[in-house]
Every structure is written in structure tokens, then in C-alpha cells.
Write a protein that binds this ligand. Sequence first.
Ligand code: UTP
Length: 293
Amino acid sequence: MVLSMDPVKKCLFPVAGLGTRFLPVTKEIAKEMLPLVNRPIISYGVEEALASGCSDLIMITGRAKRSIENYFDRSFELEELLKSRGKMDLYKKMVEISELAEILYVRQREPLGLGHAVLCGERFCRDEYFGVILPDDVFLGETPILSQLLEVHRRWGGTVVALEKVPRDEISRYGVVRSEDMGNGVHRILDMVEKPRSDEAPSDYAIMGRYVLSPAVFPLLAEGRVGAGGEIQLTDALRRLIGSEPVWGYVYQGRRFDCGTQKGWLAANIQLALEDPELREVVLDSIKGSKNF
Ligand code: UTP
């Protein structure tokens, strides 16, 4: 096992997926750039990583994802325009976004699967544990989910995945674990399988889009074994890691919205609007149908 008591500083964001569940909008727009009220989905993941203590962020991007890079970069023209018009609040906000974090970008040339996307980050995380955030899973709650997983990692060592109990009729969308409940939300993972048939799923606990991974996963991913959906699956590599290193699951606290789907994205927008004192009234009035906006 890779032993390290160093704090986890690196976080990978695999964002090279095609987003077919959200077509046609994702034909031209990266799904990570879809707005949650007035901020793109990706900004929630970045803030979660920073709030969890990670300072080195690495995005694994694909062809159609230039807009993500542009969003976190300076935009001198826009900044000058805002300044010249005296819109200093907006100007400061724009600069703040580009100063949020130092982000590196790596291309995944072909969308060969999540496992392959993680492998693309190997040269940055070869010798240390690292976080992984799948940004279309947006979590709202008091404590960032990644920091909850990092807490388990500090106590127990090893790899940690986020777990959620999901209804049987939805289980085949996820990686599913067989595990031993250790108490306080911590599970020792004994086995896992990607997208099982619902009658073959080993439990109701599914893996969600947050991980603390051991670098020992890279050689397993590099074997390039193709799994469910013809993709190189992270779940398959983690499954093989179980024999040699501890792999934990943590039943996170908070609410999750799968913003890679229309339903989850819509629900997240409504939830965020309800939490905003001004927008709350807008949601309620528009449901009543009593007002024009
Ligand atoms: P998804 O399962 O959501 O796939 O990927 P997708 O292609 O993004 O979207 P759909 O299913 O076609 O609608 C889970 C995560 O893995 C990344 C995605 O960007 C997302 O964050 N991913 C997936 C990659 O980076 N590369 C891949 O080859 C596949």
C-alpha cells in the first residue's frame, strides 16, 4: 500500500465525457458549463475541491471543452469594458473567478471511459493520494463531500469512495458495492461491479462522483481492460485494488443532484433558487402562475 500521511493536495476533474444524456444542448455546450442559476456547474466542483484543502487542480478535458478553460482564465476585453463602464462589482467578480485556482488542463484524446480519463492524470499524481471530482454530481450541504472522504482517508488510510443508498430500480445506472458496515457511515468495500442488472446488484449502495484514490490505481488502469459499455471503467480497476489495499466507502451527508441529466439539473436550479432570498419568490410565483417576469 502507498503509505502517506501528507495532506491530499491534488484533485482531478474528468470532464471529457460527451454528455449524451443532455443532448441536444451538449452538442455545442460543455455540460459542465450549463448554469446553476448564474454559475456554471463546474464552479461548484472547483469550490468544493478548494474548500476541501486541494490546491492543485487538474482537468481532463476533451475537444468540446474549451469553454471551461476560458471560464477560469482572465478575460481582459470584458474586464476593461466593465471597468470603463464603471461596473466595478462585476469587474471584481470576473477577476476573482480567474484567481480562484491554478488549474492545469490535460486532453483525453478519445472518450474511452472514466477510468481512461483518470489515467490521463497519472503524471501529476503518480506518487500521492489524490481527489477526484465528477463535477456533474453536484452536492449541496454543510460539509463538502470531498472533505468528508478526506476525513475517512486521514483516519483509516487507503482509497475512499462516496456511497449513497439508491432505490433498486435505479441501481443499474451506477457502480455498486458489496461491503461490510463499520459504523458511522464507513464501509469496508469487499467487491464492486459497474452497472449491474438490478436483480444482480450486490447491495443498494452505489458509488457517487467523489473519490480519494491511491496512485496504485494507475497501473491497473493502464492495463486498459474494457468493461461495461465498452469503456475503461474506474470501478473495474478499484475492484482489483481491493486485494492489495484497503478501499473504503463513506455514506456522505448532503444532497446530490445529477446535473448530467435534465431532471437533476432542473432540481438543483430550483433548490438553489429556493435557498436565495430574492429568487425564492420568483420560484413560488411562477409555480402559482400569477405573475410575468
Ligand atoms: P458520464 O457517465 O456522465 O458520461 O461520465 P458522459 O459522457 O459525461 O455523459 P453521458 O452519460 O453521455 O450523458 C462520468 C464522468 O466521467 C467523465 C465525464 O466527463 C463525467 O465527469 N468522462 C467520462 C471522461 O472524462 N471521459 C470519458 O471518456 C468518459
